[in-house]
Design a protein around this ligand. Structure first.
Ligand code: NAD
Length: 426
């Protein structure tokens, strides 16, 4: 997506127009506080050195420390990291947690690295940014192709560099190293709460009344990593019928039968290609019980719910007119090109936008940070109950504004968030 940052800035501008903000305020909201872009040297197992481009963008900290994940991906780039940092500032404000927005990355294909090389990269990333991190400054977390193991290495490296244990410097850690119960499933769980709240209050086209349960509602999921797999598990358990799943290597479908069991698919994927504790080269396509489907076809299936849980710009100007899902649960950051929101909504597609739908992840990251700072450990029931309260309240606030002001769901979320950020800036 060539102009992903400019597209997101247009959302900020629309919200600023609605709130009648002065140009100077809009400029401040649209400009990252700090962009750090470096090259680190990664020592490979064969003794050679590889230069890797690494990024951290600190967008806005008016409401609290910068917060946002680190992505290891061959296509990572500054425009993407800037966009994701801005979305983090908006997201934290939508769910009203006292955090700002940041994001980081490394331009690398981590699946081509050994476990030892991934560890050295994680530690090199921390060394590169150590002066800009810390529990009250900037608190990173996992994102695409980073995980609790990588956060543990990063926390350890940061603690060594500053000479004291600093668990609250990173979130998304393993449970043994200060992680929070419920963090692994939080993004998906938050999204499922938003979906269920929407379904409680709205009648789906073609259904006689708002469904009290999920029986018979069909779901397709693009992306079968942390967000997509757990969303699949939670929806399957709640009675939804999973009819299609995909990952970077392709997709599978079960359109005419009883739906798929995500755990069964994940086991096939792992059996066929676990590289090491960090990555799996297997694919949902390794599960031979189902029919193949292309990612493009999956996006256009006439399902009740389409879950986007992969990368940006998957629903865009080229395919938005062909989307037949009744609801899109946008767990992926920027999964829908926002320029297509009006067309989708006009075509009867309800969008549960990323800055609301995937905010469960950062919310439980915030809980983890709080637990680390207070030296506490909350039970899973406590975490899930607090998460539910926040997600239901955030959905209710966004939908009330959307309805009152006749905005798209994303516009309403941006207005709500920017109002809060500007209050803090003042
Ligand atoms: P992940 O690395 O665990 O999984 C990503 C999945 O997407 C993998 O299954 C990968 O194969 C698949 N994928 C990649 N390219 C694809 C393509 N072209 N088509 C179909 N599938 C493709 O990452 P994740 O943490 O699950 O993140 C997924 C999305 O959710 C990202 O946009 C991320 O920013 C967003 N998100 C994640 C969290 C979180 O807590 N993990 C929180 C908020 C937002």
């Amino acid at each position: 997506m060539a102009d992903i940052f400019q597209t997101t800035l247009r959302q900020v501008k629309t919200a600023a127009g609605y709130l009648k903000l002065k140009p100077a305020v809009l400029k401040k909201l649209s400009t990252p506080n700090k962009i750090i872009n470096k090259k680190v040297s990664l020592k490979l197992d064969n003794g050679k050195e590889k230069k890797v481009e690494v990024y951290r963008v600190q967008f806005n900290n008016a409401r609290g420390p910068y917060k946002g994940g680190i992505r290891f991906h061959p296509q990572a780039n500054l425009d993407e990291v800037k966009t994701l940092a801005l979305l983090m500032a908006i997201k934290c404000a939508v769910v009203n947690i006292p955090m700002g927005g940041g994001k980081g990355g490394a331009k690398v294909d981590p699946k081509k690295l050994s476990l030892a090389e991934v560890e050295r990269l994680a530690r090199a990333w921390v060394k590169a940014f150590k002066n800009n991190l810390g529990p009250s400054v900037d608190v990173p977390a996992p994102d695409v192709y980073t995980n609790p193991q990588i956060m543990d290495w990063m926390t350890d490296e940061y603690s060594k560099l500053i000479g004291k244990k600093s668990l609250a410097a990173f979130t998304g850690k393993s449970l043994a190293n200060g992680g929070s119960l419920g963090r692994e499933t939080a993004t998906a769980q938050g999204g499922v709460y938003v979906l269920q709240e929407y379904l409680k209050k709205n009648k789906l086209p073609g259904k006689k009344s708002a469904p009290s349960g999920a029986e018979g509602m069909t779901v397709a999921i693009q992306g079968f990593g942390n967000a997509g797999y757990h969303a699949g598990q939670l929806l399957h358990t709640a009675g939804f019928k999973l009819v299609a799943l995909s990952d970077s290597q392709g997709g599978i479908s079960d359109l005419n039968n009883n739906g798929m069991n995500p755990e069964f698919v994940m086991n096939s994927k792992k059996e066929h290609g676990q590289i090491h504790s960090c990555y799996c080269t297997g694919s949902v396509c390794d599960c031979v019980n189902y029919q193949p489907i292309s990612n493009q076809k999956l996006l256009e299936l006439p399902v009740d719910v389409l879950v986007l849980a992969a990368l940006e710009d998957q629903v865009n100007k080229k395919n938005a007119g062909r989307v037949k899902a009744k609801i899109i649960l946008e767990l992926a950051n920027g999964g829908i090109n926002p320029d297509t929101d009006h067309l989708l909504e006009k075509n009867g597609v309800t969008i549960l936008p990323d800055v609301l739908a995937n905010a469960g992840g950062v919310t439980v990251s915030y809980f983890e940070w709080l637990q680390n700072k207070k030296n506490q450990r909350w039970t899973k029931a406590q975490v899930v109950a607090k998460l539910k309260t926040i997600m239901v309240k955030s959905f209710t606030d966004v939908w009330a504004l959307k309805t009152k002001a006749n905005l798209t769901a994303r516009e309403a979320a941006f207005v709500l968030a920017i109002k809060r950020i500007v209050e803090a800036m003042r």
